[in-house]
Design a protein around this ligand. Structure first.
Ligand SMILES: *[C@@H]1O[C@H](CO)[C@@H](O)[C@H](O)[C@H]1NC(C)=O
Ligand SMILES: *[C@@H]1O[C@H](CO)[C@@H](O)[C@H](O)[C@H]1NC(C)=O
Ligand SMILES: *[C@@H]1O[C@H](CO)[C@@H](O)[C@H](O)[C@H]1NC(C)=O
Ligand SMILES: *[C@@H]1O[C@H](CO)[C@@H](O)[C@H](O)[C@H]1NC(C)=O
Ligand SMILES: *[C@@H]1O[C@H](CO)[C@@H](O)[C@H](O)[C@H]1NC(C)=O
Ligand SMILES: *[C@@H]1O[C@H](CO)[C@@H](O)[C@H](O)[C@H]1NC(C)=O
Ligand SMILES: *[C@@H]1O[C@H](CO)[C@@H](O)[C@H](O)[C@H]1NC(C)=O
Ligand SMILES: *[C@@H]1O[C@H](CO)[C@@H](O)[C@H](O)[C@H]1NC(C)=O
Length: 815
């Protein structure tokens, strides 16, 4: 009883299920009569071909709710494969749209408000519509009462052709925009001047660019029933485009040939009786390398498969993978094929009228192997060294990337430098190009940008400094003491952490230093066996050498005389650190020699000698020039302290270590060497570095040495620059010590006394006082009271106000 009930229920359930299934998938497999329609609302309703292979109807668009495409697709293949669609201009329609076969012989697509969205054109006139049908070939036809068809989808292909479909001399395929968007794409397959070609089209006008691929001559493209793509001219027989054996098992596969959205014309196959998990397999495609094809053909212009400023690399041997070079990001994050844009925007004043850039110290280079941008060059230097290449691109405000051919691997031993400007086109990775490096010019992370372009954020910092200073000055001594101790601890910890951090990342630099290694013999020759001595410093003697470089015909060769015993590795490391510095206010290191006991450094040669000779010489340099020099030195020190990869404390700032080039630009020399002399790794120095008169007082107190020692020395030197006298002059009686005298003059309001015989400076007494105040801030005995070099730079440039400085001298209870 129970089982009978169960069985009858089961039977009922199955029956209801079948009815529902039949209702749900009403698919007209026969003829479509006049007046029949399909609604997007009921998309289970389709017009299918007799075998059920193809369906005509509304296809939901991926990722867009209630938006449909009037399309033809493979009905038996689970993978979405659309072979035709209506209305390329705006293919998507809403859910209440309808398509109807009208008595006039048109397929008419209307939106819910009865507005016509698309209609099929008529191929023939004067004929009566009989019916329409989805054929097993994938062709949807509207048949007339005679044998001719009024309309066929095969005559209006989109991006795909199917077996038995032909493309005549006026026909063309147009790719879709991307994988899920069926709007007009960028590529076209068509006949042009008697050949089948592939070309890109201009997105704005639809006009074709030059072809990037030309197939054989012909005037008809035939996709024959067995899956062979053939081309035929008016006289000859069809010739296969793909090799005959590329197309297997004629009858057991579906075939289609699609102009994919990335510009590749591909022949695909799919088994007719799938066993599950199949995918469309690629039988043949052209061009072989879409990333190269724009370069290797006449279509050198156009934006290429990845758009402008991007890099194309083939994946799966066929599809382009688009990436953005360093300093660029995708125009449209969701579509990597649209190209890339530069991350930073230049600011007015980046480019001088002569095309050079003001912001040279804002940029650095990010190297990338294998990347190339054929045909974007506007300048070629040959022969060129890496240094010349970098320099040329750095100073040129048009230059976005330089491609350097390594001289050591180039066949003729001469390097080449290709300078390229925006937009970069046809970028690609080419693993075959092993001798080239692309150097991308990118703004430095956290650079002097703030100080040069947008002073506002820095102003905030400055205000904070002033705030801290005012707090310090305005509170009780006990509080001050605690506060100072706390700050010292914080600074000390930060400093230690920074050092640890820097120690942990030494390897990255190798890429970025490009120093030449010289043999000792080279240098003996260059200096005529160390004949002409230029100077003698803490580290050794400097000789003049003749060695043509990009910086002139002469070099300065520094022979290091003392360095720590463990110096072997240390030397290389320090040389690398120095080699990475690039700033117009630093003397450039060109190379080094590390041979046995010989350690030498080769620098660019400075025409005008040191600031000391200039400042304390017979002819007093002009006030304006002195101001420029002071500001230049401050910038150079800011760079050393805050902007280069590894923080560098100079430890011996004095006029003898500031050199002047032929245009009197100040350049700091001798930096980065102090570590070579310090064997104590804790970096709390026991031995005093620096020069009497310029040394910060903390050297004598066995406290950690920070960048503030340089600020102190800079302050002393700034006073010398103001007064054009040395910091200690015994014969000057009560004015022996410059710092004391200068503060005395300031306190008593007799600033002009400092520039007594200097007409030019006396007429600019406001500036003199400003510089004096900066100097007094810098020579504060308490290192934490001293401003950073960045703040000093801003003060000197007038970007921030200089607050009234306190007395620089601590009342030392020991005295
Ligand atoms: C479709 O209509 C045509 C002409 O009326 C007829 O010859 C043909 O057999 C019909 N096909 C189907 C599948 O009904
Ligand atoms: C279409 O058919 C599926 C199952 O075949 C069913 O789940 C769905 O509700 C149907 N949609 C419409 C609009 O009839
Ligand atoms: C088809 O229809 C047209 C227009 O009604 C008519 O003139 C023509 O004679 C018809 N042809 C046939 C073969 O029935
Ligand atoms: C299609 O072309 C191939 C290669 O030329 C040929 O072998 C085959 O017979 C052709 N098939 C048809 C149906 O014409
Ligand atoms: C047409 O193709 C044949 C080969 O099939 C070739 O010999 C002939 O020169 C071509 N004619 C033209 C006009 O290109
Ligand atoms: C494309 O290239 C990028 C960078 O080389 C890589 O990370 C990514 O995996 C590649 N994408 C594919 C699909 O291979
Ligand atoms: C390399 O450049 C130098 C300097 O211009 C030139 O003299 C030399 O001939 C070049 N070498 C070759 C192989 O071209
Ligand atoms: C740049 O600044 C940001 C925040 O100001 C900081 O998080 C980041 O570590 C800095 N990067 C470098 C390389 O200094």
């Amino acid at each position: 009883m129970i089982s009978t009930l169960f069985h009858s229920h089961l039977f009922l359930l199955i029956l209801i299920g079948m009815i529902l299934w039949i209702l749900a998938t009403v698919q007209a497999q026969g003829n479509v009569s006049v007046g029949d329609f399909l609604s997007a609302n009921d998309r289970n309703m389709t017009w299918q071909s007799p075998s059920g292979d193809f369906a005509f109807g509304f296809y939901p668009i991926q990722g867009e709710k209630d938006r449909f495409l009037l399309a033809i697709w493979y009905a038996k293949i689970p993978e979405r494969t659309i072979v035709w669609y209506a209305n390329r201009k705006s293919p998507a329609t809403d859910r209440d749209s309808k398509v109807e076969l009208t008595s006039t012989g048109h397929l008419m697509l209307k939106d819910p408000k009865d507005k016509e969205l698309w209609r099929s054109e008529s191929l023939t006139k004067d004929s009566q519509v009989s019916h329409a049908a989805m054929l097993d070939t994938g062709n949807f036809v509207i048949a007339s009462n005679n044998s001719a068809n009024i309309w066929e989808s095969f005559k209006y292909p989109t991006d795909t052709i199917l077996p038995t479909q032909e493309l005549d001399v006026d026909g063309y395929l147009l790719s879709a925009l991307d994988e899920t968007c069926y709007n007009k794409g960028k590529y076209q397959l068509r006949f042009h001047e008697g050949s089948l070609i592939l070309n890109q089209i201009d997105m704005f006008t639809g006009k074709p660019y030059n072809n990037y691929l030309s197939f054989e001559t012909g005037s008809r493209l035939i996709f024959n029933k067995s899956g062979h793509i053939q081309i035929q001219n008016s006289t000859g027989s069809p010739r296969n485009l793909a090799p005959e054996n590329a197309v297997p098992k004629p009858d057991s596969n579906y075939y289609r040939a699609t102009l994919d959205f990335y510009g590749v014309f591909t022949l695909y196959s799919y088994p007719r009786n799938p066993s599950g998990g199949e995918k469309w397999s690629v039988l043949w495609f052209r061009p072989r390398d879409i990333c190269r094809s724009f370069v290797d053909s006449t279509a050198t212009l156009g934006n290429g498969p990845c758009g402008y400023n991007s890099i194309c690399e083939l994946i799966n041997d066929r599809r382009p993978n688009c990436t953005c070079p360093p300093g660029f990001s995708f125009l449209d994050e969701n579509n990597p094929y649209t190209g890339c844009k530069q991350d930073y925007t230049s600011y007015p004043g980046d480019c001088n009228p002569d095309g050079s850039t003001n912001g040279e110290d804002r940029f650095e280079f990010k190297p990338m192997s294998f990347a190339d941008f054929p045909f974007s060059d506007y300048g070629i230097l040959k022969p060129a060294t890496e240094l010349e290449c970098r320099q040329s691109c750095l100073l040129d405000c048009s230059c976005a990337v330089a491609i350097l051919q390594d001289p050591t691997v180039s066949p003729d031993g001469n390097g080449t430098c290709w300078k390229k400007k925006l937009p970069l086109s046809n970028g690609r990775f080419d693993r075959d190009v092993i001798d080239r490096t692309a150097l991308f010019k990118v703004p430095k992370s956290n650079t002097s940008r703030t100080n040069q372009a947008t002073p506002n954020p820095s102003n905030e910092n400055q205000n904070q400094v002033i705030l801290i200073l005012s707090v310090l000055l305005g509170t009780s001594a006990v509080f001050n003491f605690c506060f100072l101790v706390a700050i010292s601890l914080i600074f000390f910890c930060l400093y230690q952490r920074r050092l640890q951090y820097l120690d942990a990342i030494p390897s990255r630099r190798d890429l970025e230093t490009h120093l030449r290694s010289f043999t000792y013999k080279d240098l003996e020759q260059a200096t005529n066996i160390f004949k002409e001595e230029l100077g003698r410093g803490a580290f050794g003697t400097v000789y003049k050498g003749e060695l043509p470089s990009s910086y002139g015909n002469y070099v300065a060769v520094k022979k290091l005389e003392k360095f720590a015993q463990e110096g072997e590795k240390e030397f290389k490391t320090e040389v690398k650190v120095i080699g990475q510095t690039h700033h117009k206010n630093l003397v450039r290191l060109l190379g080094y020699c590390d041979e046995g006991e010989h350690r030498l450094l080769i620098y660019e040669f400075m025409q005008n000698g040191s600031l000391a000779g200039f400042l304390f010489g017979v002819l007093r340099p002009s006030w304006q020039r002195r101001l420029q020099i002071a500001s230049g030195i401050a910038k150079g020190l800011t760079y050393l302290h805050e902007e280069c990869n590894t923080q560098i404390i100079h430890c011996d700032i004095k006029p003898q270590n500031i050199l002047l080039d032929d245009s009197f630009t100040a350049k700091i020399s001798d930096f980065g060497l102090s570590k070579l002399l310090i064997s104590n790794n804790t970096r709390t120095l026991t031995g005093i570095r620096g020069t009497k008169g310029y040394v910060a007082p903390e050297w004598f107190r066995n406290t950690p040495v920070t960048v503030k020692v340089d600020v102190y020395s800079f302050g002393v030197m700034l006073l010398e620059i103001i007064c054009c006298r040395r910091c200690v002059e015994v014969e000057k009686e009560e004015a022996t010590i410059l710092t004391e005298w200068a503060f005395e003059c300031y306190r008593e309001g007799i600033v002009e006394k400092l520039v007594e015989n200097d007409e030019e400076a006396r007429s600019d007494v406001v500036k003199v006082e400003m510089l004096l105040k900066v100097a007094i801030w810098c020579v504060q005995e308490n290192p934490f009271m001293r401003p950073s070099m960045r703040t000093v730079t801003m003060m000197l440039d007038g970007a921030v106000q200089v607050p009234t400085p306190p007395c620089p001298f601590l009342v030392d209870p020991m005295i």
